[in-house]
Design a protein around this ligand. Structure first.
Ligand code: PLP
Length: 442
């Protein structure tokens, strides 16, 4: 209000993202501080972070090394334009990142979010085919239940109905692979399901339908995060890779969640030993401290787009004011150093069996119809209340917050992904609180 009559804690002006605004504002849950594994709520309570913020604070909260790096970068140089000018930390960070990414994904394009990383990867795929004289390849294949952020590119290749239905006007040339999950054969799998790899063969049908000469790329989350935590069946990603190779189609892995240690390896690329042509990342890149994303690109793609353009020409008409923002780069260099120094990706792998055991201890708890896990991720799926999908899990979320635990729910699945510094007693605490809540949840 122009007359300044709003009080600082008037909640009306802020339109919250992916939130039931009216419900939240009638009963707000405010976080005011964070350190290591805990948030502090506005009423002073400590809240154990079972979700690494939103799958992003992999090094834990308030880590001094990252805080100091951001502070000193802000004091030294707050901002530098990324077009036709550079700053050293951007180049250094790209080198550190390609050091840990296997294979020849040796080039990095910086963005500010996962959504921007996805749209960037889609555009690079189109530019690549055009540079090679295959400009007819303009279609994308996503997968049902895929989440690739909220840009028009991302919701088009994404496969979540709720994220699309309010916005009719999406990319026209998109089709979707079927989802691979089969409850009967896969529920309560530990890690990757043994069966289901053949569902990847549906890609051959889509190629037959559209013709390979029209398809630019296939994009999938190697591990499905936002739709409810699903692991790819063993061999599934390999099959996608083989079919893409056969038809000259690029394969994009959306590693916005799976990147930077979440699966107990640097990337899903390592964990599943399948290399995509492009990989989108964000979140854990700088442990969620400053908005940043990065798209990894194979040598051949970079070479085709960059070396194929006339000397002196801008090769890719794409970029963001805040690409490689100095504060984000400083935070990322510090976070990556912490990951290395504390061996956090290996730590996640070491904890995986313990985490798996704790998660599957909920098999048999009231309402639990599936438990899925990999690395330091778990999905606890609850039976939905008739006609009210999501209501039961949301009740659990509210009760958990009251009891001092932050969880995330999507539909009726509880998604857990703590910072990689989580201890065994804290793992017990996370699943113990959930078990208690389930006992008293209708
Ligand atoms: N891609 C995947 C796989 C994600 O999980 C997310 C966010 O959760 C995104 C893209 C979008 O990232 P952002 O919210 O940073 O735009």
């Amino acid at each position: 209000m122009a007359d300044g009559t709003r009080t600082p804690n008037d909640l009306e002006a802020y339109w919250m993202p992916f939130t039931a605004n009216r419900q939240f504002k009638s009963q707000p849950r405010m976080l005011v501080a964070a350190k290591d594994m805990h948030y502090t709520a506005s009423d002073g309570r400590q809240i154990l972070d079972g979700t690494a913020g939103l799958w992003c604070c992999n090094a834990g909260h308030g880590r001094a090394e990252i805080v100091e790096a951001i502070q000193s970068q802000a004091a030294e140089m707050d901002y530098a334009p990324p077009f036709q000018v550079g700053h050293p930390a951007a180049f250094e960070l790209a080198n550190r990142l390609t050091d840990i990414m296997p294979g020849d994904l040796n080039h990095v394009f910086f963005t500010n979010s996962g959504s921007e990383s996805v749209d960037t990867a889609l555009k690079i795929a189109l530019a690549y085919h055009k540079a090679r004289g295959e400009g007819s390849r303009v279609k994308f294949i996503g997968r049902e239940k895929g989440y690739h952020g909220v840009g028009f590119g991302g919701i088009s290749v994404g496969g979540l109905g709720n994220n699309r239905k309010q916005f009719g006007n999406q990319l026209p040339a998109v089709d979707h692979l079927p989802f691979f999950y089969d409850r009967e054969t896969m529920c309560f799998s530990k890690g990757q399901p043994e069966t289901g790899a053949e569902t990847a063969d549906a890609l051959e049908d889509l190629v037959a339908l559209h013709d390979a000469s029209t398809i630019a790329a296939v994009i999938v989350e190697p591990m499905v995060g936002s739709a409810g935590v699903y692991m790819p069946p063993k061999g599934y990603l390999d099959r996608l890779r083989t079919i893409c190779d056969k038809h000259g189609i690029l394969l994009i892995f959306d590693e916005v969640i799976s990147g930077f240690g979440r699966l107990g390896a640097a990337f899903a690329v390592d964990k599943f030993n399948v290399a995509p042509d492009l990989a989108t990342t964000a979140k854990g890149l700088n442990s969620g401290t400053v908005p940043m994303g990065a798209v990894f690109v194979r040598d051949g793609i970079y070479d085709a787009v960059v070396n194929g353009a006339p000397e002196g020409a801008i090769e890719l008409f794409h970029g963001y004011t805040y690409s490689a923002h100095p504060l984000a780069c400083a935070a990322a260099l510090a976070a990556q150093k912490l990951y290395r120094d504390e061996n956090l990706f290996a730590r996640a792998a070491e904890l995986e069996p313990y985490w798996q055991g704790a998660a599957h201890s909920l098999n048999g708890a009231p309402h639990v119809i599936d438990v899925r896990n990999i690395g330091l991720v778990a999905g606890i799926e609850l039976q939905s209340r008739p006609g009210k999908v999501g209501a039961r899990a949301f009740d659990v979320f509210l009760k958990a917050f009251e009891k001092g635990l932050l969880i995330r729910t999507t539909g009726d699945t509880i998604a857990l992904s703590p910072p990689l510094i989580v201890s065994k007693p804290q793992i017990d605490e996370i699943f113990g609180i959930i078990a208690d809540i389930l006992k008293t949840t209708a």
